[in-house]
Design a protein around this ligand. Structure first.
Ligand SMILES: C[S@@+](CC[C@H](N)C(=O)[O-])C[C@H]1O[C@@H](n2cnc3c(N)ncnc32)[C@H](O)[C@@H]1O
Length: 315
């Protein structure tokens, strides 16, 4: 991992403007902080999607099992599986014939998830894959050509750079067979104050989550970032639905990354782009499905219509 991590950090910090890739947020400390974020009152996304999955668990079982047929339930970026566990428990309780395949780039979070599932739901077959989304899917396709239902929850689809989400969906389409399904969580456009607060909580956990990536670079790439010299700055643009978070350099400073044997200069006030969290409307969702080749089978909303889980099929 270190070589790839180092290469991506070098590329991001040598760019103009500077950026770091949000997939690197998730080391052991990042996993912990993200779990804290999910418990924050400001972070409405988790509660909304939990409500959707809970309210629609029967419909989802019927749709996924396609009249009682076996299926692989693949989850991209499963994290701690907080919401998925409710589906697994329900499906297992109704004797559905399925295997759960969580894919996550963080081996730590996957180990915890696997342990908890073997303890709490020992009857569920679990085959975890630590690594990147497509590597996990390619590995599964080499081993098993059976029917797949892919979950991509938590509005992770919003974390791609503009245009990359469509390319990602096309990549998923290529790795699926006719009749396979894909359910994606989309955070919807809403009151900008509510959205911005979700990325700027009063207790500062989201700030720590962002700053932790500098700490990870310090630890894994022998760097000397002083975390006190940066602050977290999120914005929401209601015109295009983009939330972006930045780390801003408080002063002119030079940071050395030992692993790269290189220094990087930051101006006072210079932003490092950290994460995009795109917010969607139904037109955008339909367009993404259509342009990537999928047919929308059903849309599931929470009671406030803050969030959407959209179920698609490869026709
Ligand atoms: C925002 S969390 C969402 C977790 C969970 N899906 C949810 O809805 O609560 C994103 C998860 O995706 C994982 N992840 C991010 N980029 C990834 C990638 N390129 N390949 C595999 N996993 C990735 C992270 O490690 C993290 O656990």
């Amino acid at each position: 991992m270190s070589d790839e991590f180092a290469r991506d950090v070098k590329k991001g910090l040598s760019s103009e403007p500077k950026y770091l890739e949000s997939k690197y947020f998730y080391d052991t400390e990042g996993d912990k902080l993200f779990q804290e974020i999910m418990g924050l009152s400001e972070y409405y996304l988790t509660d909304c999607e939990f409500e959707i999955l809970h309210q629609n668990r029967d419909k989802l079982l019927k749709a996924f099992s396609d009249a009682g047929n076996p299926f692989s339930l693949v989850e991209l970026g499963a994290g701690d599986g907080l919401k998925t566990k409710l589906l697994l428990r329900h499906f297992h309780g109704h004797s559905a014939d399925f295997t759960y395949l969580p894919i996550d780039i963080s081996p730590n979070v996957l180990n915890v998830l696997s342990y908890e599932l073997s303890r709490d739901l020992p009857g569920v077959q679990v085959q975890p894959y630590p690594g990147d989304y497509f590597d996990g899917l390619d590995e599964l396709n080499r081993k098993d050509g059976g029917r797949k239902v892919i979950l991509f929850l938590g509005s992770s689809i919003g974390n791609f750079q503009p245009d990359d989400s469509l390319n990602f969906l096309k990549g998923l389409y290529q790795r699926m067979n006719r009749g396979d399904q894909l359910m994606i969580g989309f955070d919807l456009k809403k009151d900008p104050h509510i959205i911005l607060r979700a990325y700027n909580d009063d207790s500062g956990i989201t700030a720590r989550f962002n700053l932790n990536l500098l700490n990870r670079i310090n630890k894994e790439l022998d760097a000397d970032f002083n975390l006190d010299n940066f602050y977290h700055y999120p914005i929401y643009n209601p015109l295009n639905g983009e939330t972006r978070s930045f780390l801003i350099s408080k002063l002119a400073q030079t940071v050395r990354i030992g692993y790269l044997d290189q220094t990087f200069h930051f101006h006072m006030g210079e932003p490092v782009s950290m994460e995009i969290s795109q917010k969607f409307d139904l037109t955008m969702v339909d367009e993404l499905a259509g342009r990537s080749g999928f047919a929308v089978e059903a849309n599931f909303f929470d009671s406030r219509r803050f969030f959407l889980d959209s179920l698609w099929k490869k026709p």
